[in-house]
Design a protein around this ligand. Structure first.
Ligand SMILES: [Zn+2]
Length: 266
């Protein structure tokens, strides 16, 4: 059984690691080793592969010892710092004589062209032409964000409609003149981000209705209402009517379709 733990920690090692990670972010993301010296030069040593998922705030390590208290505290702190700072993926972390070395193992683009092509085809069936490269999509999905993103790239790659959403979103940002980089979300005005998000939401719901996946559409509409309209502090007030309009439009469409379905079943 691998060792899994969450992000809660009072470890004194977390703040200095966090500081270094932020200073050496690009270096780390490009796959180069980041070295951090932590005093005193003692504690458990070792080297582990650690999977960090800021989407779920969970970390999984290939540590198979029954005694979790012997897992190096500095490596655990490094995992937690990575997770809290939104770094995603698998990292090789070693610790010896108080010094830790963190290296990102996945440096290849994470997106497969095939999935991108599928999303483009789904969108073209509802009359939308998306213009997104694999590099742009990957940068967008692994870049910096301003809110707590609960969706991971793996979730997105595994879901036809989430892929449609993200691909449409990137495409919309480009149409508004944005260059897609890892910082496009944090560097763009919130109005731009939410305008793209709402258009993407609409296209995603259109796709789901077109494919008669009414339960998906219903779940996503509910999320749209609860996580964005009711509880998102970042939503610009000026865009709230646009968000509400999506709710009204698709609730009606969904109601009409499911009622038809009900009638035709009878
Ligand atoms: Zn979105």
């Amino acid at each position: 059984m691998p060792y899994t733990f969450g992000c809660r920690s009072k470890s004194r090692f977390v703040p200095p690691i966090t500081k270094t990670l932020n200073l050496q972010k690009d270096y780390l993301l490009s796959g180069k080793p980041v070295v951090i010296k932590l005093l005193p030069e003692e504690g458990y040593a070792g080297q582990y592969e650690c999977s960090v998922n800021p989407g779920t705030f969970l970390i999984t390590v290939n540590y198979n010892d029954e005694d979790e208290s012997k897992f190096p505290a500095r490596i655990k702190a490094a995992c937690i710092a990575l997770c809290k700072e939104g770094f995603r993926g698998t990292f090789k972390i070693s610790c010896i004589a108080g010094q830790i070395v963190i290296q990102r193992l996945e440096t290849k683009p994470l997106i497969v062209d095939e999935e991108l092509a599928k999303a483009r085809i789904s969108l073209s069936k509802i009359g939308y032409e998306a213009d997104v490269s694999a590099q742009e999509f990957n940068d967008y999905m692994t870049g910096d964000i301003f809110s707590e993103d609960k969706t991971t790239l793996q979730d997105v790659l595994g879901s036809e409609f989430l892929m449609v959403h993200e691909v449409a979103e990137v495409s919309e940002l480009k149409k508004m003149g944005k260059v897609i980089t890892k910082r496009v979300i944090v560097d763009s005005p919130k109005n731009v981000i939410y305008t793209a998000h709402f258009k993407a939401m609409e296209l995603e719901l259109d796709c789901a209705l077109q494919k008669k996946d009414y339960s998906w559409a219903e779940t996503r509409l509910r999320q749209h209402k609860s996580s964005v309209l009711d509880n998102d502090p970042n939503l610009p007030e000026g865009l709230r009517p646009r968000g509400n309009a999506i709710c009204e439009k698709f609730c009606k469409l969904l109601e009409a379709r499911t009622r038809c379905l009900f009638v035709s079943k009878k």
